[in-house]
Write a protein that binds this ligand. Structure first.
Ligand code: SER
Length: 316
């Protein structure tokens, strides 16, 4: 059975991916790693946990050695809005952290999953049906680190044969752990506020279209890609994947089908609006479909039903 390590295991994706991997590969075979955010009791009690700061290569290597890890899901990263506020931190975590992971993977022969993002695109990228292979000139620190990360992962595969794979995630919508400082966070907050207060003040303008995905599809995509037949993979490290392209009004309208009195107001955050405006409206994910069979299960309607049901119970 595979031995797996998850960095950033207390984060939005990590907290749920770790639990899924434990279900699939066995609790003791999945070591969760985190820096300082306290993981949930569920995560702590279901399998091994280690404190690891990915900017320290030595500790990463020690954990890989201790558990004889052969696959690393490297989720520790700084999101777009925080990266604009703290560019040096974003560089250190997103670039030096990834570099350390790749070095350890090279030395101990591990496969590596690394998420890239819609943030790897910029204002000169075609915004509609954004092709898999296209112009990538992002103008945010987050985007710079994501493009460099894609290239670095490709390099480690070509140069050293490290089995690197990755996805360009859109905004991920979930109900377990909140995202920490991203531009797409509104699409999560809106559901929490719809349940709590029946109203939401949105920091992006109406008409700002971005790709989004519900967490179960995001998790499935990661696992399916890591299990895919390598001989079919042409792109490896930066597959466009999406489930829906939506703007704030579309989510609000879908919520109103369940909570008719839901009200939406706008108070635009210029920093996050500028970031969102530089990202695609909708990506073409045909390469992922062709090379490893990507398909989503949740569209806006199904996701909204599930989000409101889960949060309705959780926030009672
Ligand atoms: N969700 C991320 C962010 O908004 C995009 O990858 O920063």
């Amino acid at each position: 059975m595979k031995k797996i390590m998850v960095t950033g295991s207390a984060g939005q994706i990590g907290s749920e991916l770790t639990m899924l991997l434990r279900e699939l590969y066995g609790n003791t075979n999945v070591v969760a790693c985190g820096r300082k955010t306290k993981p949930s009791e569920k995560l702590l009690n279901s399998g091994p946990f280690e404190i690891v700061d990915c900017t320290e290569g030595g500790k990463l290597a020690a954990v890989v050695k201790k558990y004889r890890v052969d696959v690393i899901y490297h989720l520790a990263a700084i999101l777009s809005a925080v990266a604009e506020a703290k560019p040096a931190l974003a560089w250190n975590v997103n670039i030096n952290g990834l570099y350390n992971v790749l070095e350890v993977a090279r030395e101990y022969n591990c496969a590596v999953f690394t998420p890239s993002s819609i943030g790897a695109f910029g204002p000169s990228t075609p915004a509609d049906h954004t092709p898999q292979d296209t112009i990538q000139r992002p103008n945010t620190m987050y985007g710079v680190t994501k493009v460099a990360g894609e290239l670095l992962c490709d390099y480690y595969f070509k140069r050293f044969g490290v089995d690197t794979r990755g996805l360009r995630y859109p905004g991920i919508i979930s109900n377990e752990t909140l995202p920490g400082g991203g531009t797409t966070d509104y699409a999560v907050d809106i559901y929490y506020e719809a349940i709590r207060n029946k109203k939401y003040t949105c920091f992006l303008k109406a008409g700002t279209f971005l790709d989004m995905m519900y967490m179960p599809d995001a998790l499935k995509a990661a696992v399916d890609l890591m299990e895919a037949d390598p001989s079919r993979l042409v792109h490896r490290n930066a597959f466009n994947v999406t489930s829906m392209s939506v703007d704030p009004e579309m989510i609000a309208a879908e919520i109103r089908k369940h909570i008719p009195e839901f009200k939406m107001e706008y108070d635009i955050d210029p920093v996050r609006q500028a970031i969102a405006d530089s990202w695609p409206n909708n990506m073409d994910d045909s390469a992922a479909r062709k090379e490893w069979g990507w398909a989503f299960e949740y569209d806006l309607t199904r996701m909204t039903e599930d989000m409101l049901q889960v949060l309705g119970k959780k926030l009672k």
